[in-house]
Design a protein around this ligand. Structure first.
Ligand SMILES: Cc1cc2nc3c(=O)[nH]c(=O)nc-3n(C[C@H](O)[C@H](O)[C@H](O)COP(=O)(O)OP(=O)(O)OC[C@H]3O[C@@H](n4cnc5c(N)ncnc54)[C@H](O)[C@@H]3O)c2cc1C
Length: 417
């Protein structure tokens, strides 16, 4: 079979890969997407659809480990879980994560997460308007709900910190909260409203983005896993796939939780650990929430999407395994009922599990490979891979084109681990 030629070849056609394709095509490059399954399906289609520039505090922060251990004492309600394994790579990841749970890591992560979040939020609203995408996009903010004084007080302190970084946050006492969100249960005692956030239906958005990049000229190979690479002289010469070999001027690796597996020939340290989560999508309920919600003490996300309502939750350090757990979905539904009014009988449309690509320091990995002069890596967006997609697409296009990037990418560089 003859080797095919590409200008920019993108591996992975989900949130990050499609956004990179969009901005590269806009900049005048030719794009080829290689996707193991179908584009726009990946691990983003069933997610909560939250676009959250307010999320500037990384997962690796003081208090995360204490919370995780406390939660795990009660497995029935815990929003967190982890596999037990002696795999040295997994143990190394856990140790690096534990070491990163520090104030210094939070201070290091805030500037790049803030810049990427703001850029992405601006790009989202521009794409939605310019491309005329109908995907239930709503700029109504993200509303956190609290049932305990302790958690609400902590949230107020966090909101103050975020305000100092330019994130709009409104603190709502009980009366104001219930006026703003009538779907809340009576004993919800307050909330914090991050009014600069938004939400949408991620499956619709990605489907439209996939169609758009095809119309712009992207060549798309679906059901075509990348199986390896030939490298000589610091350059990837061949990308091997199930449909034959490719050569490319530039390669963008955006394979989410699979990135370390795809990159195994490349002698790079890309510590991306899958973290599974679940979602439950149903017909609109009678007391449909008006806002995208986050249940403070339970870490469950709620997303009204037109005539659908989606509940998402759990973060389980796992293998590459997208098996849906009925037990975990029942826990997510139970937690939701504690905070908002749900119909007694739900009309379920879809149950889903997806993998978040998580890094030990809670920041994405975006940058050129230190060993290959034609490879850019864009992965590790963890719980923000939808939210940070359009900003990542823009800066990856800038990197590939040798332009100055919209903000300093050095804290996100590939070789930092
Ligand atoms: C329950 C849940 C809720 C979430 N909620 C939100 C949210 O509200 N907001 C938000 O921003 N994020 C959210 N996320 C996180 C978000 O979904 C992920 O960060 C995002 O999917 C990562 O995008 P990605 O493109 O990097 O990777 P993925 O979506 O995992 O896509 C990787 C792609 O690479 C392909 N691939 C793998 N191997 C190969 C290969 N060998 N060759 C070619 N292609 C390959 C895969 O098939 C896949 O299509 C949530 C995640 C979960 C699980």
């Amino acid at each position: 079979m003859a080797t095919r030629k590409a200008d920019v070849l993108i591996i992975g056609g989900s949130s990050i890969g499609l956004n990179c394709a969009y901005y590269l095509l806009k900049s005048g490059r030719q794009v080829t997407i290689i996707e193991a399954n179908e584009i726009a399906r990946g691990n983003a289609s069933g997610n909560a659809g939250h676009i959250v520039p307010s999320h500037i505090i990384p997962l690796a922060a003081p208090g995360t480990i204490g919370n995780a251990l406390r939660w795990m004492l009660n497995p029935k309600t815990s929003p967190f879980g982890m596999k037990v394994s002696l795999d040295p790579k997994y143990l190394w990841w856990l140790i690096r994560f534990a070491l990163a749970c520090s104030e210094a890591n939070v201070q290091r992560a805030i500037p790049p997460l803030n810049s990427l979040g703001q850029l992405s939020a601006r790009n989202f609203s521009q794409i939605i308007v310019e491309e005329n995408f109908y995907c239930h996009y709503q700029e109504k903010g993200l509303l956190f709900l609290y049932k305990t004084v302790k958690a609400f007080e902590g949230a107020k302190r966090e909101a103050e910190l975020m305000r100092r970084h330019g994130i709009p946050a409104e603190i709502l006492d009980k009366a104001a909260l219930h006026e703003r969100e009538p779907a809340a249960q009576d004993d919800v005692l307050g909330g914090v409203h991050f009014t600069g956030d938004a939400h949408l239906n991620p499956a619709l958005f990605l489907k439209l983005l996939g169609e758009r990049v095809r119309l712009m000229g992207a060549e798309v190979f679906e059901h075509t896993p990348v199986t390896g690479f030939d490298v000589t002289g610091g350059k990837i010469r061949t990308i091997k796939t199930s449909a034959g070999d490719f050569e490319a001027n530039e390669i963008v690796l955006a394979a989410g939780a699979w990135t370390p597996l795809v990159a195994r020939d490349l002698k790079l340290n890309i510590p991306v650990q899958p973290a599974r989560g679940y979602s439950l999508t149903m017909s609109a309920t009678q007391a449909m929430p008006r806002h995208a919600l986050l249940l403070g003490e339970r870490s469950v996300a709620i997303s009204p999407m037109g005539d659908l309502l989606r509940l998402t939750g759990r973060l389980e350090l796992s293998d590459i395994d997208r098996t849906v757990s009925a037990k975990q979905l029942a826990g997510i539904e139970r937690a939701t009922r504690e905070y908002v009014h749900l119909d007694e009988k739900l009309n379920i449309h879809e149950t889903w599990a997806g993998l978040r690509p998580t890094t030990p320091d809670g920041m994405p990995i975006i940058g050129r490979s230190p060993r290959h002069n034609n490879l850019v890596i864009a992965t590790g967006h963890a719980m923000l891979g939808l939210s940070l997609g359009p900003g990542t697409g823009q800066v990856v296009a800038e990197l590939v084109n040798g332009q100055e990037t919209a903000f300093d990418l050095s804290p996100l560089r590939v070789g930092r681990f």
